[in-house]
Design a binder for this molecule. Structure first.
Ligand SMILES: *[C@@H]1O[C@H](CO)[C@@H](O)[C@H](O)[C@H]1NC(C)=O
Ligand SMILES: *[C@@H]1O[C@H](CO)[C@@H](O)[C@H](O)[C@H]1NC(C)=O
Length: 666
């Protein structure tokens, strides 16, 4: 891969080389052009001038003139000839954007040998010097039948014979392009000029490259002006000269003198600025590159500031995992929640506010807007989304998507129509409608089983052990059939609780009332602290009470554990069951649930059953664990139970978990 700075260096080197070459080239070529601009003069033609000319087989220098067709006795019928100046004219130069203007002034003499004479003489510009075969007669040595329209030749003809219908007469001048059929012609008789008079006639062919006009003067009279872009019709380098022919009728076609001069014309005024152009182009290009680079840098910086860079990385990470949650655009969520309208607010949790939303496809969602002050460790947090997205259990709220824009994180969950468990279980909530009536015993039992299944899945069932860290009724959501779904799992791992009501536990994940006694010492979440919180939740659901004192101002203690344990020690634990059930519950199940709840809330984390054991008890596969009638005191540091103490448990030793410092993902 070419790094940007290397690329820049290369570009710089390249352009500086181009500029140098261009400057050198211009200096050299302009020097050459001054010399090379074609100009010459022949006041008369002498045999020694032959070396300066290119003569075709029938042409010769004779009698102080070029005899374009031979001046020989009988072999004059049906001949053509050509005579060129040896050096080529640079008619145009695309590289330097120049074209040549010229003035070709000559004296011609046509002397008929038959009556009338024939055929004619022409001044020509040609890409090559070769005399075309069969170019005698009407062809004037310009082209033949087969090269018509194909040959690189432009001619100014001085025609002495009307040899085909389009020919105006037998004494005219015309301009021919790759042909003998003139694009424009002018009879000369009206101007007092007779080509066939055997007299010297001065003709001038002027080409002005700037205007693209070719002008023909005969005897200083302007005869023709035609528009011609010679650079489109002829090659860059052309030969200049004459051609002539005879037919059945013959004549002497001679050029007695010739002055030719040419000069360069800069086209479209490009050339004077060319040097500046070649200096400016690299500057502009380099400037552009620098500007683009600067913009890219700024954008990158900006993005980095907004955390979008991390976002990209994480997005890639998330996308690479299977079953990945969908990435939403912020505008989708804004429109789904009606711009996070307070009427759509479902609740406020530890990590942010939850809004109800409806997607374009009509699907209901719950959007959790993570509090801004939770932003710390966003990288870890987003990484957690991958884990959460891959968790799939019928008792877990499914994370369906996420969004991270404008430094704000949003998590998108499936919408739970019956909202959270805390709305139903607490006796403080006075039922006002049928839906608010206390949950039946069966429902409570099934809710507890569902949460236990979800927690067992997180602890033991998925690829990576996941701690919930914040089990409480408000995190247990109820679907339309009142099946419990555990939500907010995995969140507490990297996000500190920011909710003001949780100030007393700053730095510790979890909610007071659900926190195991050892967590205040260890400041850590473990499998055992999750089990403890689950135990409190069980007691709440059965008793319909908040974990703290119902009458006191402080609801944040775990007094529900003390209260149930006291009833348990008096062997009247079923008195703890929610009175709103009006006795409509299974006595044995109630005893089992309350005992299991107390076992989970054992002050010694080593004595708490694992979620696997809890589930086995709930499903009847195992007997409830032994719970001492006297609530044991919490001792720090925690002592690991001796083997003989273990024998007191009715659950098997293997089902007891040890305090595990969990690596959930890394
Ligand atoms: C000259 O050319 C003409 C036309 O091509 C032809 O008719 C005639 O016979 C030719 N004459 C000689 C002597 O070649
Ligand atoms: C063309 O050249 C002839 C001969 O050198 C000269 O007399 C005449 O003035 C020139 N014409 C122009 C327009 O330069």
């Amino acid at each position: 891969m070419l790094r940007p700075e290397h690329l820049m260096k290369r570009i710089k080197a390249y352009f500086s080389r181009i500029v140098l070459c261009q400057l050198l080239g211009m200096m050299l070529s302009s020097a050459l052009v001054q010399v090379g601009c074609l100009s010459f003069g022949f006041p008369i033609f002498q045999p020694e001038n032959v070396g300066e000319l290119i003569l075709s087989r029938n042409s010769q220098v004779f009698s102080d003139a070029i005899q374009v067709t031979p001046d020989l006795s009988l072999d004059m019928i049906n001949v053509s000839g050509r005579a060129f100046y040896r050096e080529q004219l640079k008619l145009w130069d695309s590289r330097r954007s120049v074209k040549a203007s010229f003035n070709s002034s000559f004296v011609l003499n046509i002397n008929p040998r038959t009556s009338p004479g024939g055929e004619g003489l022409a001044f020509i510009l040609a890409g090559h010097t070769t005399l075309p075969d069969n170019s005698a007669g009407k062809w004037l040595g310009i082209v033949n039948q087969s090269s018509i329209g194909l040959s690189d030749v432009i001619a100014v003809e001085f025609d002495t014979r009307k040899s085909y219908p389009e020919d105006i007469d037998d004494n005219h001048v015309g301009v021919d392009v790759k042909s003998i059929y003139s694009i424009q012609q002018q009879p000369l008789g009206a101007h007092g000029v007779n080509l066939s008079g055997g007299t010297d006639i001065t003709a001038t062919v002027l080409f002005d490259a700037e205007s693209g006009k070719l002008t023909v003067l005969v005897s200083t009279l302007l005869m023709l002006t035609v528009d011609l872009d010679l650079s489109k019709l002829l090659p860059e380098d052309v030969f200049v000269g004459f051609s002539a022919s005879t037919g059945v009728y013959t004549q002497l076609n001679s050029i007695r003198s010739w002055n030719f001069s040419s000069w360069e014309v800069h086209i479209e005024e490009k050339d004077p600025n060319l040097i500046w152009l070649w200096i400016l182009i690299p500057i502009i290009v380099l400037g552009g590159i620098a500007a683009v680079a600067a913009i890219c840098y700024m954008k990158r910086k900006c993005r980095k500031e907004q955390g979008l860079d991390e976002d990209l990385q994480i997005e890639l990470q998330i996308k690479s995992s299977s079953n990945a949650p969908h990435k939403f655009r912020l505008k989708e969520l804004v429109s789904a929640t009606e711009n996070f309208n307070s009427s759509n607010k479902l609740g406020k949790g530890g990590f942010g506010t939850v809004y109800k939303g409806t997607l374009m496809n009509g699907k209901d969602i719950a959007v959790k807007r993570i509090s801004k002050d939770s932003r710390h460790g966003i990288q870890d947090f987003l990484a957690e989304i991958t884990t959460m997205g891959n968790l799939n259990h019928k008792n877990l709220v499914k994370l369906i998507g996420w969004c991270y824009e404008k430094a704000q994180l949003f998590l998108v969950y499936e919408f739970m129509p019956n909202r959270s468990l805390d709305k139903f279980i607490f006796s403080g909530n006075i039922p006002s409608s049928a839906q608010d009536l206390p949950l039946s015993w069966e429902r409570r039992h099934s809710i507890i089983c569902g949460v236990a299944r979800a927690l067992d899945y997180l602890h033991n069932g998925c690829d990576k052990r996941v701690l919930h860290r914040d089990i409480k009724p408000s995190n247990v959501l109820l679907d339309s059939e009142f099946n419990s779904r555990l939500g907010d799992f995995g969140l507490a791992r990297t996000i500190q609780i920011s909710d003001k009501t949780h100030h007393s536990t700053k730095g510790i994940a979890g909610t007071p009332g659900y926190m195991a006694p050892e967590s205040f010492h260890t400041q850590r979440a473990t499998v055992e602290t999750d089990v403890y919180a689950f135990g409190v939740l069980m007691l709440e659901v059965v008793c319909g009470r908040k974990p703290g004192h119902q009458n006191g101002p402080n609801n944040n203690d775990n007094s529900i554990v003390e209260w149930v344990w006291e009833l348990y020690s008096r062997e009247s634990v079923t008195e703890a069951v929610d009175t709103r059930l009006k006795g409509d519950f299974d006595m044995d199940e109630a005893k089992c649930l309350l005992g299991l709840g107390l076992a989970c809330c054992h002050p010694n984390p080593y004595e708490r059953p694992s979620m696997r054991s809890v589930l086995q008890v709930l499903t009847g596969e195992a007997a409830p664990p032994f719970v001492p009638y006297e609530k044991p005191h919490f001792v720090w540091p925690v002592t690991q139970p001796a083997l003989e103490q273990d024998l007191n448990y009715q659950t098997s030793i293997s089902q007891c978990t040890t305090i595990t410092e969990l690596a959930t993902g890394r």
